[in-house]
Design a protein around this ligand. Structure first.
Ligand code: CTP
Ligand code: MG
Length: 229
């Protein structure tokens, strides 16, 4: 079985909006509905676990009613960090499903609504081969590392900008999340890597942006319209 945990329990502090960014409108539909629909349409996905914050539960239920949206999702509740939210999603899977050696789990940011069926399929194909993969793109910018007064150039061909979905053999991901705890983890590959595992890179897509700042909603709208054409 192939699972996806969609994490959507953040507050979106950089977006500066009262409503968390994953619930903001994008072409007439909340961002998170776009995200879920891509996984719903993907033939490789068996189960969708949506992680939202407990405070948004009623909002979510009302939203589904309002949108006449029968969500094909299991609901789990998030924590204070992305790490805690993914961990809760994994615990939901472990409680409700019997995991097998050929099961895979993808983790995806709810705030990435431009993911596609083909990108999801490519990510899973990579995971079947390598057990632990991230989608990523080479940096198009020149890169420096350090602080504002002391820094050095880095070869940008060695720099990868990481996206989601990230896909892992199920037991590997659950073991990593059980054994490693660090509030600074910003993605799942970092957790699995801490266990001593190699991460393979699968080509991502520049359109697969994470909505972070207000202008990103306009960029996402542009990409959605481009894809529809
Ligand atoms: N996320 C989550 N639980 C948290 C924090 C983040 O489920 N406690 C989710 C977000 O909802 C988002 C994804 O993880 O879909 C990526 O995180 P990010 O873009 O950092 O979102 P936020 O943490 O909500 O935004 P910000 O960092 O600007 O506060
Ligand atoms: Mg965050």
């Amino acid at each position: 079985m192939n699972f996806v945990i969609i994490v959507a329990a953040g507050t979106g502090s950089r977006m500066n909006s009262d409503l968390p960014k994953q619930f903001l409108d994008l072409n007439g539909v909340p961002v998170i509905m776009h995200t879920i629909d891509h996984f719903h349409q993907s033939p490789v996905i068996s189960e969708i676990i949506l992680v939202i914050s407990k405070e948004m539960e009623q909002f979510w239920t009302d939203l589904c009613l309002k949108q006449h949206y029968r969500t094909p999702v299991h609901l789990a509740f998030g924590g204070d960090t992305r790490f805690a939210s993914v961990k809760n999603g994994l615990e939901y899977i472990q409680k409700n499903f019997e995991l097998a050696a050929n099961d895979y789990i993808a983790v995806h940011d709810g705030a990435r609504p431009i993911v596609s069926s083909s990108l999801i399929a490519r990510a899973f194909r990579g995971a079947y081969e390598h057990q632990a993969i991230v989608l990523a793109q080479k940096s198009i910018e020149s890169v420096r590392t350090g602080n504002s007064t002391s820094n050095n150039a880095v070869d940008r061909n060695q720099v990868w900008l990481v996206q989601t979905p990230q896909v892992f053999q199920a037991e590997l991901l659950t073991r990593a999340y059980c054994q490693k705890e660090d509030p600074l983890f910003t993605d799942d590959a970092s957790v699995v890597e801490k266990l001593g595992n190699r991460i393979a890179i699968v080509e991502g897509d520049a359109k697969n942006i994470k909505i972070t700042y207000p202008q990103d909603l306009q960029i996402a709208q542009f990409y959605l319209n481009l894809i529809k054409k």
